[in-house]
Ligand binder design. Sequence first.
Ligand code: ATP
Ligand code: MG
Length: 573
Amino acid sequence: MRLSRMLVKTYKESPKDAEVISHQLMARASMIKKSASGVYTYLPMGYRVLKKIENIVREEMNRAGAQEILMPIIQPAELWQESGRWATMGPELMRIKDRHERDFALQPTSEEVVTDIIRNEISSYKQLPLNVYQIQTKFRDERRPRFGLMRGREFVMKDAYSFHTTDESLEEEYQNMKNAYIRIFDRLGLNYRAVAADAGNIGGSTTEEFHVLASSGEDDIFYCNKCNYAANSEKAISDVKFDKSEENEKELTLVDTPNVSSIEEVSAFLNVSMDKTIKCMVYKSIFEGETTYYVALIRGDYEINEVKLKNISGAVMDLEFIDDTEFAKLGFVKGFCGTHGVTDEKFVIIADESIKNLTNAVVGANIVDKHYINANPARDLTITKYADIRMVKTGEKCSCCDGTLEVARGIEVGHIFQLGQKYAKSLNATFLDQNGKQQFMTMGCYGIGVSRVSAAAIEQNNDENGMIWPRAIAPFEIVVIPANIKDEKQNEIAENLYKAFLNDGYDTIIDDRNERIGFKFKDADLIGYPIKVVVGKGIEEGKVEVKVRKTNESFEVEIDKVQEFIKELLGKL
Ligand code: ATP
Ligand code: MG
C-alpha cells in the first residue's frame, strides 16, 4: 500500500468527546469516523486491524471445530417474544417496524435465531454436539455509549452457540472454547486474564469473562495473589469471618442526628467506627408493569453489590434507585433509612452477612434527623433473609486459599457461558435420545467483542507518541520511509525494499508522500507500525535505519542484509 493513495489523514487534536486514549488515537489516525453516538465507520487503517482480529478469531474457532454461519441482523419479534427477551431486554434492544407494522429486533446477540434454526434442523442425538458461530454486527442501545469502539451501539462481535445432549458434553465444549479463547488472545498479543463472572441477562450458570488488563477498563477484577482465583467485582467473593463480639446487647435508643445522614457523617457525629453502623438502601425492579421493592442492609464500611443483590432477590429486571417522592410514599426517610418496625410485607429486605453478628450498632430510624444506637439486627430489625450482597475489598482473604485479594482494571473482551436449557426450553429445542425419547437440548454460548478488542489493544499498548500495535493486528507490519522524496537514489532503494518486503510476505506500506521527514516520523509513531525502515543519507555508506516502535531500538543495517535482519526482528515481536 502507498500512503499517498490511502484514505487516511492524521490530526494533532482528538475529538472533544474522546475520553480514553484508544478513542483519541484511533480518531487522530483516521481509523474510525463517528457517524452517530456509538456508531462508527472504519476507515482503511482501522478496518485492516478489525479484519486481522477477525481472521485470528475465525482461524481458531474453525480449528476448535466450530462452523461459521451468518445470521440476519433483522430478527422477527415473535422469536424474541418466545424466549421472553422481547420484554426483559428493555430499551437496550433496538427495535424496528416494517411497512406492515410488524416488529423486529436488531440483533444484540442471536440465541433466539440460532435456536430456531437448530430446533428445525436437528432431531436426533446422532447430530449432536454442534457448535456454530458468526462474526457479525450487533446492536445495543447502550445507556451510555462511550469510549469509541469500547462501548458502541453498533459493534462487531463473534458469537458462537453450541448444542448438546448432556451437561457433560456442554462442559467439554465449554473447556474446548476456553482453550480456543486462550489461543486467540495469546495470538492477538494481549495481556489478559480469564475471570469468573455474572451471567447478566443472557442467562445460565457457569460463565467466565476474558479481560484485557488496562487502567481505563470499566470493570474491577479481583484476583488472588497466591492461587489463580480471579473474578469480576460483580461476582467476587472473599472469606471474611464476621464474628459476634463479647459485648452485651444494650437497649435500643433513639438519638438526634440533625442533618447527619451519610455513613461518614453519622460515624463522625456519634463517634462510632463505620464498621458499627448499618447502611440501608431501597431499590425497585419493574417487570411487566409490576414493581417490587427491595431493601438492602449492609455494614457501613461496605458497598452493596447490586449484581449479587439482583441475583439473590430473583428480580427479572435490573434494580433501580427510587426517587425522593417515591421514597417518602413508601414510608422510608432518605438519609435516615432503616428497617426497625417495618411490617409491610411488600418489602423484600435482604441483609448482608456483615451485619448478622453486629452488636449495638447504629442504624437509621426512619425519622428525619434521627438514628438508633444499640441496634442488634436479630432483635431490632426486620429482615427477610441474609446473603452475601457486598463488594469485596482488596486485602481480604481469598475464598480458595490463604492468599489475599488484589484488584486490577479490566476491559471485557470475551465471555463464555454454559447456558443450560434456558433457550432450549423457552423455544422448545428438542432431540430424540437413544431410546427414542424426546429431550431438551443443552446449550453454551461464547462471545468475543471483535471491535472492542482493537480499542483494548491500544489501551494496553500506547505511549505519548501514539499506538504500539502488537504485530499480529497492526494495520501494517512495516513502514518504509524515504527520507527525501526528491532524492532519486533514496526513492529507488525505498521502492525496492518495499517490494522486497511485500515479496517476503510482510504487510508493508511505503510513506511516499511529499512531506517532511519529521512529519512522516510523527505519523508513523502515531499509527504505531511495529517496524520503521528509513531510507536516508545512510545509503551513501550502503545502510538504512531500522527502528522498532515498541522498544525504541534503532539499527543501522546494510541494505543487502536488511531482509534477513527484518525476518529475525519480526520473529521476536
Ligand atoms: P458489558 O458488560 O461490557 O456491557 P456484556 O456483558 O453486555 O458487556 P456480552 O453480552 O457478554 O457483553 O457480549 C460479548 C462481548 O461483546 C463482550 O465480552 C464485549 O467484548 C462485547 N461487547 C458487549 N457490548 C459491547 C458494546 N456496547 N460495544 C462493543 N463491544 C461490546
Ligand atoms: Mg458480559
